[in-house]
Ligand binder design. Structure first.
Ligand code: BYC
Ligand code: FE
Length: 471
């Protein structure tokens, strides 16, 4: 299904046939642009960036790459193809035709889910707005901006749903999405991780590896929704998300690779004299970003999540492919709880444990990248292993909130936590050191000393291609 770019708002939803909706979105568009100019990438709005744009919603639709100034990026509304005869696939409405309009009884719940999702996308742009000024290469600069414009488009995806299906309340929520600000004490973003800073490029790569991956799992659960427009929006968003996680995985991998090269060259693990990022420091960043990202799945036991599932609003990962009754009436699921100085799994009604199950799927997926990073280390002949911290480590949400736990999973007391947390989480010295490395590198093909070159360029271009025209 081609996307119509002759419209003021590019779309594949026949927007021109719905004048009321078109007017609402055209009224929101300049407010979005103002937000982008104020809160988007600082210092690069007038530069030409080699970006990809979707021209169709199938896999081949990503083939279009060209130079564009970010404020001229064609943000629009792209839904995946409808599936003929699609049904609600789980919960108490299982077997009913999928809903094209919001069922009255789920109106406020669905609105809340859509607003929570839509709030994270602009938040991440805000968190990353200063990073361009310290880019390690033009290649990385371009990838940052690609991620940013697509997060902007994810906001459009949710605002379309709000405007198209939630009337006046929806329009108010669409405005509020442009008013909250990441990290603002008075009007913060909704979820914890989206009020943290992304102060340097190692944090950016960790964020796109761990936090965008929460995006993948949340979007995949919403892609199962019985509310078909939400499902179709999320299915297309997932194709954009894949690139964000690639930026994270390959970014961290290149930092690890460069650390190994410098260790071998100088026969030393302390890379601070040689301008590299040591492996133990990378481990502390992993500990931080993994722990704040698993908080994003909510409490282990959640009646909200149970209601989303029973209502057919938000499914499990791969719901339609799971081989069970899709009702979870009698099923149980093991949930980890603190027990003495350690932890144990306790069976709970699976319906209440839907968040935990999704978190389990996520943790398993996270480990795959660590295996690949560890292979880079092992192939260099270095004896070091990166690990995911224990899931109870450094939590703010759920069963383990505020319980002091080591990365290995031992419950300790507050004094031990105080004495050791600098070994486990990025210390202020780590932050200062990493930020001392963040000097911009903008010569074509050159990389900052702390990161290896990528294996290949974007869209089969050379690594020294001019990905952003700075002059
Ligand atoms: N921070 O029943 P509970 C992405 C609140 S990322 C602060 O456990 P529930 C992206 C919760 O609101 C994906 N508060 O949670 C990535 C509730 O408040 P009330 C974003 C939190 O509702 C990178 C209370 O605690 N999408 O796209 O089952 C770059 C008890 O909650 C947090 C979504 O999240 C937190 N971390 O699950 C750009 C999908 N967690 O009712 C983009 C939509 C919980 O007591 N959201 N609370 O006032 C949801 O499905 C659910 O809201 C959550 C929470 C899974 C997040
Ligand atoms: Fe993303």
């Amino acid at each position: 299904m081609a996307i119509d770019y002759n419209q003021q708002i590019p779309n594949n939803v026949s927007l021109a046939d719905n004048r009321r909706l078109q007017r609402a979105l055209e009224a929101w568009q300049p407010k979005f642009r103002n937000w982008w100019t104020e809160m988007g990438p600082e210092g690069f709005q007038a530069k030409e960036v080699y970006l990809r744009t979707a021209v169709a919603v199938d896999a081949k639709g990503w083939a279009h790459f060209d130079y564009v100034k970010m404020p001229d990026y064609r943000w629009g509304i792209f839904l995946a193809e409808p599936e003929a005869g699609r049904q609600v696939n789980f919960g108490q409405h299982k077997g009913e035709p999928a809903w094209q309009e919001v069922p009255g009884e789920y109106r406020s719940t669905l609105r809340r889910i859509i607003v929570t999702q839509g709030d994270t996308d602009p938040a991440s742009v805000e968190q990353q707005r200063l990073l361009g000024q310290t880019c390690p290469s033009l290649y990385d600069l371009r990838n940052l901006f690609q991620v940013n414009v697509e997060e902007g488009r994810h906001l459009w995806a949710m605002v379309y749903l709000l405007d198209a299906h939630f009337g006046r309340d929806g329009r108010e929520e669409a405005e509020a999405l442009l008013e909250r600000r990441s990290g603002d004490v008075d009007k913060p973003r909704i979820l914890g991780a989206f009020n943290e800073q992304t102060p340097d490029w190692l944090a950016f790569f960790m964020f796109t590896y761990f936090t965008d991956r929460d995006g993948k799992y949340q979007l995949a659960s919403l892609a199962e929704s019985g509310f078909d427009p939400l499902s179709r929006s999320c299915r297309f968003m997932l194709t954009e998300e894949a690139h964000h996680m690639f930026v994270g995985e390959s970014g961290v991998g290149r930092v690890v690779q460069r650390a190994c090269e410098l260790m071998l060259e100088h026969d030393s693990g302390d890379l601070r004299d040689h301008g590299g990022i040591p492996l133990d420091l990378i481990q502390r960043y992993i500990n931080f970003h993994f722990s704040v990202s698993i908080d994003l799945f909510g409490s282990e036991l959640s009646t909200n999540a149970a209601n989303y599932f029973s209502g057919g609003l938000k499914g499990r990962f791969g719901e339609a492919k799971l081989d069970d009754d899709h009702l979870l009436r009698d099923a149980t699921y093991p949930v980890m709880e603190a027990y003495g100085k350690g932890f144990q799994n306790v069976e709970h009604p699976a319906l209440n444990a839907v968040n935990e199950r999704l978190r389990d799927n996520y943790v398993e997926d996270c480990q795959r990248g660590l295996n690949r990073w560890n292979k880079i280390i092992a192939d260099s002949g270095i004896d070091f292993e990166l690990r995911l911290p224990h899931r109870a480590f450094n939590r703010r949400i759920g069963n383990f909130a505020e319980i002091p736990v080591t990365p290995e999973g031992q419950i300790i007391d507050a004094a031990q936590w105080q004495a050791n947390h600098d070994k486990w989480l990025p210390s202020s010295a780590d932050r200062v050191y990493v930020s001392s490395l963040m000097a911009p590198v903008t010569e074509r093909g050159r990389m900052a000393n702390w990161i290896a070159a990528p294996a290949r360029g974007i869209n089969r271009q050379a690594i020294d291609f001019e990905y952003v025209k700075l002059n």
